[in-house]
Design a protein around this ligand. Structure first.
Ligand SMILES: Nc1nc2c(c(=O)[nH]1)N[C@H]1C(S)=C(S)[C@@H](COP(=O)(O)OP(=O)(O)OC[C@H]3O[C@@H](n4cnc5c(=O)[nH]c(N)nc54)[C@H](O)[C@@H]3O)O[C@H]1N2
Ligand SMILES: Nc1nc2c(c(=O)[nH]1)N[C@H]1C(S)=C(S)[C@@H](COP(=O)(O)OP(=O)(O)OC[C@H]3O[C@@H](n4cnc5c(=O)[nH]c(N)nc54)[C@H](O)[C@@H]3O)O[C@H]1N2
Ligand code: SF4
Ligand SMILES: [Mo]
Length: 918
């Protein structure tokens, strides 16, 4: 039992305890208190009121962690091919093959591709094995797709990958600019903190910069819907404006920075009218934004994937940093350029050296002294002396045969890397593909020769670092399921089997953390900000009790450090921050007459990445139960498309029918014309053709290597099938089977089973026959057919187990209605009649679910608004929606704006914007 890893807050009798841990999803890094009964059952969960990231709040993903923590779908045993294997055999095979390849082809013939969802301790040993023992730097991470531009920009400007700000700065700012961030959905608890700060300080201004209007823009006083990819122009223009209007801080520039002259000269050509034209926004809007920045003392610019995932991602980030350096809006309360990290431990990975172009603990591969420091500390047989392959290049080199074995941990590159076809080819060719994952099936596991079962949240034990440099403990609450082991254990076992007994003889996460903290101290003497010398010699108990703390933690700052650069000193050789020249470059994947639409991509509120965990529960699937392509009404009209029509998407480089992408459209004027948006979450594991990664090319930022995942050029073609339908079924059908039956499908969980949306050319009678054959235990089939409709129900041992509608006119029914009848043992004749003829009971005409916590749906909310409920607060009072996790509040605000009889809120909004301008 891992009970010695617990930090019980209270223990009553011997049966119940409460343990504090952290959420495994986003980079906000919320603390969570979990109630455990009898050391084995997680009974209740809530936000830790004393965790400085969230002070008790949780978003909907965090608050549903217990619902997604079931053992179903877990990988419980090592696998060699399709067969269960012993740990000994699986480890031995991996170690032997790695050693053989290294002996024959050199250390660069093998690689690790890891993840910002590993804990710091896992990451540390993976990096140590590759760089200090195998002797290659071929370890890269999915953070390449996520944070690498932000890292490159910080390093260029500050001499270190050091985030200057803390969360309080977001609340203390008088002007908060959110660039390429949909924080309302992606950093929901931070967003709620911002919302609250704005309420407490009505003078606080929020500006969002995003080609799309999003849930986040609901809070904004000003939204700049810039043309995608033009952020550098916007911020270079800002710098020119600031200089022209005496709004730069000359004292700060002189005392603490270098390179201003050159940069300002390069920005001067960006006049207001030129910026407005290039960014495709009005001069008036632009001017008011620039004025606001110039006149406001405390400004935070927070940015995320709309900035990083671009061929000019590093320059975008540096153009933002330049504006803050020029005005001295950094290193003090409520100020700074603040890159929001996506994954729970993207920051921890950056700390230990998880990227191919860094060494460890913020030391550089190219620096011989740093290499010496690390090798001496590790007492390792070797040390990598040149940068390894970054993600895109790594898969290229698997494809060209130079890299012959890859070990993928805690990431699903088949779905998340651009150019899916190339990733598939690489993994097919690769002599050895090893995958460590906690689930039994995802698109990448399909290619694994050997799969290792990893422990997951609630079992894993170690530390993570959130967006504000805060290290928190993620604690093991339960023993690992089945034969699963912790990632660090698996890595150490392989290392030992490869012959590296000495460096990997760890018995606990604490031992690894101690070694890591020691390395941050080695030869540091203030030269590196990442300094954990204050956490070096923790006992097991101290480690287990570790309170969330922000690095650096050292003699000078024993309780950690909120804000960096308060003294104006940076980690560059001169100690001064560097202005960086940032030239505007258009995205690489440009539209043309054949491929006229920009494809933008991103996240939906309740799903996490490739859905291996959040996709398990109906509660997180109800908000957005299928993938979609959002398109402006005018574009839709031009293509004669209406809501729910299926379109096939293709890109110039993409000519593989098997990998085609087929999505239903949603008309949504929050897109700019000519631009479409699709969510990233769906894959071949749950849909016929919804994984959009195939549409993006390898285009990536020259400096950071981060792929351009927000800007592809695509063509849309309407695709029609004669029939479409919904199949509700108790048991999950294999996707391979669904692929046989339907031309298009997507499957999601509902409370009492599964729902498959589908479209097909196959005749309803044939589909029914196939299903009957497949499901011999489903008896008592009843059918009805009308002009539009075929419906069928089937019972299994007297229980309603299958309900299917097939429609010619593509009509749909409300899933919650059907769900209420599924698994029912006594469906009345009236209900059956209603079912077969699609006549739902009145209470099931509510539309889409908006509030997942209290299950409040769209039409109920609209009725309330029309009935006079004129604010989010009042909706909360009347319907409870938005009053628990708050994730839906920005949508509620949007709905109030849209449905309120006199559109009062819009007028209020405009007033605020006008005030800001004047
Ligand atoms: N619900 C949920 N939350 C998550 C995650 C999740 O999977 N689900 N994942 C986490 C992770 S790892 C990450 S990295 C973060 C990502 O968090 P965000 O970056 O906030 O989320 P995205 O939806 O990827 O993209 C943000 C916005 O960038 C905009 N954008 C596109 N092109 C441009 C451009 O050229 N300029 C500008 N200014 N904006 C542009 C898009 O329209 C989009 O609204 O979310 C984290 N949080
Ligand atoms: N087009 C487009 N593509 C994108 C993005 C985009 O915005 N647009 N965003 C990019 C970004 S920012 C990111 S971060 C990536 C994310 O993409 P991925 O990292 O590929 O997505 P995940 O679904 O989080 O994959 C994590 C895998 O690790 C497993 N796992 C979870 N916990 C553990 C654990 O403790 N140990 C082990 N061994 N396995 C575990 C999960 O089951 C899952 O299979 O996608 C990128 N791809
Ligand atoms: S905001 Fe939500 S997903 Fe992010 S850490 Fe907090 S609870 Fe988890
Ligand atoms: Mo990310």
């Amino acid at each position: 039992m891992p009970s010695n890893h617990h930090m019980p807050k209270n223990k009553s009798a011997s049966t119940a305890s409460v343990v504090s841990t952290t959420c495994p999803y986003c980079g906000v890094g919320c603390g969570i208190d979990v109630h455990i009964a009898n050391d084995k059952q997680l009974t209740e969960l809530k936000g830790s009121s004393d965790h400085p990231a969230n002070f008790g709040r949780l978003c909907v993903k965090g608050s549903k962690l217990l619902e997604t923590n079931s053992p179903s779908g877990r990988l419980l045993s090592p696998m060699i091919g399709a067969k269960k294997a012993s740990w000994e055999d699986a480890i031995a095979q991996v170690a032997t093959k790695f050693n053989q390849l290294i002996a024959k082809h050199g250390s660069d013939s093998v690689a690790f591709y890891v993840s910002g969802q590993l804990l710091t301790e896992d990451y540390y040993v993976a990096n140590k094995l590759m760089k200090g023992y195998i002797g290659s730097a071929n370890i890269d991470t999915n953070s390449r797709l996520c944070m690498s531009s932000a890292v490159a920009a910080y390093k260029r400007a500050f001499g270190a990958d050091a985030v200057p700000c803390c969360y309080e700065d977001l609340e203390q700012a008088e002007l908060l600019i959110l660039v390429g961030s949909n924080a309302a959905w992606t950093h929901p608890v931070l967003f709620q903190r911002i919302e609250r700060a704005k309420k407490l300080n009505p003078d606080m201004q929020v500006v969002t910069i995003d080609p799309r209007r999003t849930a986040t823009s609901e809070l904004a006083d000003m939204h700049l819907a810039i043309k995608p990819g033009t952020d550098v122009v916007l911020f270079n223009g800002l710098l020119a404006y600031l200089d022209n209007h005496d709004a730069v801080n000359t004292d700060y520039i002189t005392a603490n920075t270098q390179g201003f002259e050159q940069v300002i000269n390069s920005c001067k050509p960006w006049t207001l009218s030129q910026v407005a034209q290039q960014c495709d926004i009005s001069e008036l809007e632009l001017h008011s934004f620039y004025r606001l920045f110039a006149k406001t003392d405390k400004v935070v610019t927070a940015y995320c994937m709309g900035v990083n995932q671009s061929t000019s991602g590093s320059d975008k980030a540096n153009s933002i940093i330049n504006s803050h350096l020029a005005t001295g809006k950094i290193g003090r309360e409520g100020c700074g350029p603040f890159s929001l990290t996506g994954q729970p431990n993207a920051m921890g990975g950056r700390e230990v050296g998880g990227l191919a172009n860094m060494l460890a603990c913020h030391m550089d591969i190219e620096n011989p002294e740093h290499r010496q420091t690390v090798q001496t500390y590790w007492q390792s047989p070797t040390i990598a002396n040149k940068a390894g392959l970054k993600a895109v290049d790594l898969f290229d080199n698997i494809n060209n045969g130079k890299v012959k074995a890859v070990w993928i941990m805690a990431t699903n590159p088949m779905v998340s890397m651009p150019n899916r076809q190339k990733i598939a080819e690489a993994l097919t060719k690769c002599e050895l593909v090893v995958v460590s994952d906690c689930v039994a099936k995802n698109d990448t596991l399909d290619y694994a020769h050997i799969a290792f079962p990893a422990s997951c949240w609630s079992e894993k034990d170690g530390t993570v670092t959130n967006s504000e440099r805060r290290i928190s403990r993620q604690r093991g609450l339960l023993p690992a399921a089945g034969k699963a082991k912790h990632d660090w254990q698996i890595i150490c076992d392989v290392a030992k089997a490869m012959g590296f007994e000495n460096g990997f003889d760890f018995n606990s996460a604490n031992e690894i953390f101690a070694e890591y903290a020691g390395l941050t101290k080695a030869d540091n003497q203030g030269s590196r900000g990442l300094d954990l010398s204050g956490l070096c010699n923790m006992t097991e108990t101290q480690y287990n009790r570790l309170k969330p703390v922000q690095w650096p933690v050292n003699k000078q700052y024993p309780d950690g450090t909120k804000r960096l650069f308060t003294d104006g000193k940076f980690y560059t050789q001169s100690g001064k921050a560097q202005f960086v020249l940032t030239d505007f470059a258009a995205p690489e994947q440009l539209t043309n007459t054949d491929f006229p639409f920009v494809l933008n991509s991103g996240r939906v509120r309740d799903q996490w990445h490739t859905m291996t965990r959040t996709g398990k529960t109906s509660e997180l699937s109800a908000h957005t139960n299928r993938p979609y392509l959002a398109i402006h009404a005018i574009d839709a009209q031009r293509l004669a498309l209406k809501n729910d029509d299926l379109v096939s998407l293709s890109a110039a480089h993409f000519n593989n029918k098997q990998n085609r992408v087929l999505l239903p459209i949603v008309i949504d004027n929050n897109q700019r014309q000519g631009e479409v948006f699709a969510p990233i979450h769906w894959s071949a594991s749950n849909a016929s053709s919804a994984n959009i990664s195939a549409l993006y090319t390898d285009a990536n930022d020259k400096i950071s290597g981060q792929p351009e995942l927000k800007h592809a050029a695509v063509k849309l073609q309407k695709v029609s099938y004669q029939y479409s339908g919904q199949l509700f079924i108790r048991q999950q059908l294999k996707v391979e089977l669904l692929r046989e039956y339907f031309d298009y499908f997507v499957t999601c969980p509902v409370d009492n089973g599964h729902l498959v949306f589908f479209a097909t050319e196959q005749e309803p009678a044939k589909i029914k026959r196939d299903l009957q054959q497949q499901l011999p235990l489903y008896d008592e089939w009843v059918n009805a057919s009308g002009i539009d409709l075929n419906s069928s129900c089937a019972m299994r041992q007297g229980v309603m187990s299958l309900i299917m509608f097939i429609s010619v006119n593509h009509n749909e029914v409300d899933p919650s209605w059907i769900n209420s009848l599924l698994i029912s043992e006594n469906v009345t004749p009236e209900q059956l009649h209603g079912l077969l003829n699609i006549q739902p009971d009145v209470q099931f005409k509510q539309g889409k679910l908006v509030c997942s916590c209290f299950k409040v749906a769209e039409n109920t909310i609209i009725d309330a608004i029309k009935g006079g409920c004129n604010s989010v607060d009042n909706l909360g009072k009347q319907l409870k929606c938005g009053t628990n996790c708050g994730s839906c509040k920005s949508e509620l605000s949007q709905m109030v704006r849209l449905h309120q009889p006199k559109n009062l809120i819009i007028e209020e909004d405009q007033l605020i914007t006008l005030e800001a301008v004047s």
